[in-house]
Design a binder for this molecule. Structure first.
Ligand SMILES: Cc1cc2nc3c(=O)[nH]c(=O)nc-3n(C[C@H](O)[C@H](O)[C@H](O)COP(=O)(O)OP(=O)(O)OC[C@H]3O[C@@H](n4cnc5c(N)ncnc54)[C@H](O)[C@@H]3O)c2cc1C
Length: 412
């Protein structure tokens, strides 16, 4: 093969890309693998960037690397983006003008995080759209001596970052559009608990508020924010924990089937509408056996679907049967979830804490056929400080209609 021809090309050197390279190696010991990644750094375990690196003194910076190159022998082309795909010729082109030929291709590009619209003509980077290891390093350096940060957004990543910053002596405001913190996700008793825990830790919550604009003075700051309701606010650094816009334009332009939200549509083997192209991680819109067709922007899915796609690129031909969970950590509380967590659904709450009921418990998010119906269908399960119950949560969703009063006591 020529220098730029590989048996396997992986677009996106992130968590799914890393898992795919390792999955390929489980089946094919010798095939050549190339990962192309926009970030200048090799794949990292992203959850640590907003949690352990800030809160676990035993977790060192060097623990973030996933060891892709060392463990698989893959070639990493970093700081380079794929901008074009030719499925007929089985090539991709990069923004560095390189053309790579592939036998099998994986799309694992996730997306670009959004953030508030703040003028930064000097390119200070003081509004951090947090996603990468470089974002972590910048924020860490910027807040080394404390200072004052504004975290913007109501996502779980925004809440994790606010908790991380305040626990490291940084004055922290959390500006979010919702009236209650994580109110769209959790039932009111948990929202109460979280709001008081954040406030007690010193985070100033600024609910029901959006950032309408702003500007950065210069490298020394401050960042001036214009908030809804004609308010203004200043900070040394602003951290955005918004959602992402998927990076799948090159796949759609090449004619791969995509979903309305820009996901790359795959079958149960994670293969796209082109037989030589697979997709995994955040971008893959796949048929989940329990939850139905969906995209999942979480780490368990990234590693499991990445590994399965890698195995299948190497010929394993196996269906992806894993129903993923996700997790987060906020101060002392750790939660895991399977399925749909939507506070507008009815909930059945099974609190099991001894001192405070909400120290531990299970929340079932359910739907009823009618108001009078006794039976409910479980759509999502929240495991609040409950370990080892993910399979039981999957089972509760998969096992069809059940009496609502039979749910408490089932898990825990
Ligand atoms: C700070 C943070 C904390 C998180 N914490 C949790 C958690 O606690 N629990 C949980 O379940 N999930 C968590 N997640 C989500 C989880 O990390 C992601 O779902 C997972 O990383 C997705 O894997 P991926 O490979 O699809 O995307 P990524 O890991 O984001 O990798 C995609 C890579 O593709 C690159 N790329 C994009 N476009 C191109 C292109 N055209 N060419 C080349 N490269 C490209 C990107 O730069 C990126 O490096 C967290 C995410 C972040 C950012």
């Amino acid at each position: 093969m020529s220098e730029n021809a590989y048996d396997y090309v992986i677009v996106g050197a992130g968590m799914a890309g890393d898992a795919a390279a390792k999955g390929i190696r489980e089946v094919d010991a010798d095939g050549t693998i190339c990962l192309v990644g926009r970030e200048p750094t090799p794949p990292v375990t992203r959850p640590a960037l907003s949690k352990k690196l800030w809160t676990d003194p035993d977790f060192a910076f060097d623990d973030v690397w996933l060891g892709t190159e060392e463990q698989t022998g893959a070639t990493l082309l970093l700081g380079e983006s794929v901008v074009g795909l030719d499925p007929a010729g089985r090539t991709v082109t990069t923004d560095a003008g390189r053309t790579l030929t592939y036998g099998s291709l994986l799309v694992a590009t996730s997306g670009t995080p959004g953030g508030p619209d703040v003028d930064d003509p000097a390119g200070t980077g003081l509004v951090v759209r947090f996603r990468t290891v470089d974002d972590y390093s910048f924020l860490r350096e910027r807040t080394r001596d404390g200072g004052h940060a504004v975290v913007v957004g109501g996502s779980y990543i925004a809440t994790e970052l606010a908790a991380a910053l305040v626990q490291n002596g940084v004055g922290t405001d959390l500006v979010h559009a919702e009236e209650r913190l994580l109110g769209a996700v959790f039932p009111p008793v948990l929202v109460d608990r979280l709001e008081s825990r954040f406030t007690q830790a010193g985070v100033r919550l600024v609910p029901g508020t959006t950032v309408e604009g702003g500007s950065v003075e210069g490298l020394d700051g401050p960042v001036r924010l214009e908030l809804s309701g004609d308010r203004t606010h200043e900070a040394d650094v602003v951290v955005a924990g918004f959602g992402i816009t998927l990076e799948t334009g090159f796949a759609a332009d090449a004619g791969l089937e995509t979903s309305e939200d820009g996901g790359v549509v795959v079958d149960e083997r994670l293969r796209t509408s082109d037989p030589h192209v697979w997709a995994a991680g955040d971008v893959a819109q796949y048929p989940d056996q329990v939850l139905g067709r969906r995209r999942v922007e979480h780490v368990d899915h990234a590693t499991e679907s990445g590994r399965q796609a890698g195995r299948n690129m190497a010929g394993a031909g196996e269906p992806y049967t894993h129903t993923p969970y996700y997790y987060s950590v906020l101060f002392e509380d750790r939660y895991e979830a399977v399925g749909t967590l939507d506070a507008s659904l009815e909930t059945v709450e099974d609190w099991q804490g001894e001192d405070d009921p909400q120290d531990k418990g299970v929340v079932y998010y359910v739907e009823r056929e009618s108001d009078e119906a006794q039976d409910v269908q479980v759509r999502g399960v929240l495991l609040w400080n409950v370990d080892g119950a993910r399979d039981a949560a999957r089972h509760a969703i998969a096992s069809g209609a059940v009496r609502a009063d039979a749910l408490p006591g089932r898990i825990g």
